[in-house]
Ligand binder design. Sequence first.
Ligand SMILES: C[S@@+](CC[C@H](N)C(=O)[O-])C[C@H]1O[C@@H](n2cnc3c(N)ncnc32)[C@H](O)[C@@H]1O
Length: 313
Amino acid sequence: MSDLREALDALLEDVPPARLADSVQRLIADYRSGRPADEPLIRTMVDATAYAAYRMPATHAAVAKALAMLPPIEPRSLLDVGGGTGAATWAAVDAYGPLDATVLDQVPEALRLGERIAKGRLAARWQEWRLGEPLTEADLITVSYVLTELTEDDQRSLVAEAGAAARQALVIVEPGTPEGYRRILTARDALIAAGWTVAAPCPHQGACGMQGRDWCHFSARVNRSALHRRLKEARLGHEDEKFSFVAVTRNQPGAEGRVVRHPAFRKGLVTLQVCQPDTTVGPVLVPKREGARYKAARDAEWGDQWPPHPDES
Ligand SMILES: C[S@@+](CC[C@H](N)C(=O)[O-])C[C@H]1O[C@@H](n2cnc3c(N)ncnc32)[C@H](O)[C@@H]1O
């Protein structure tokens, strides 16, 4: 993250926040509306700069956290579909090292800005592409915060195309809202039907045990820069980006559950909400007398596997 933060700080050094404020407010309203976009939401270089300043650290943090929940993969190539200014590409390179990376997007200004941010720090091809045009194969494909802008038909066709073009893994990330979660569930069903194995966050291939009462999402901490704080008129030095995601791979499914909320701590007792391999979701109580298990529960975080992998405990 530090490299991206430095690159963004360098880019934004000379940009007066007032120049970005209108774009930031419009983008916030557009993204919050949750409506599919009938024209690109990022339309100009100022919009792209505003997006990079106020959203890119958060989408980067969400993708980084999602990738950290994947089983081991060794991708050499990456296709970042609807990649915009390249947040998911940064996260993938952070996770796996240098990749033969291609960022695809319909908005040339976003690509040009992404290329400028990446210059000298991260190598990638930046290519104009519109949904409907073919995708070339890649070991890893990311689709980060894109479905939210598409109609249901377009979401279906993008998920099918990306599923057909991914060789090792496909990771789809959406806002951590009930609607984002529903889009993820639909994509998950389609990918299972196409023969993929769900590798994260679910510890099973069955129906989601949260449906009807809750929505599955996770949280990534993002430190705000001074400009970020000014743009969002925010006081806190950080924000928590909520996201939903599905990652599919060719790996065998793991046997551990997944912690799906912040753990709750009471004196001598940790309560973890765990999604289990048998598809149930519910509390796991770990009292102090359980010694090493209690210590592991105290260290557990939202998104971790439970019980922890033997080499982590
Ligand atoms: C919210 S931005 C996400 C950008 C980036 N993936 C990230 O996580 O920061 C959504 C991106 O999807 C792109 N997009 C939306 N509809 C598209 C389409 N029909 N064809 C190509 N790109 C599209 C937009 O141009 C935009 O850059």
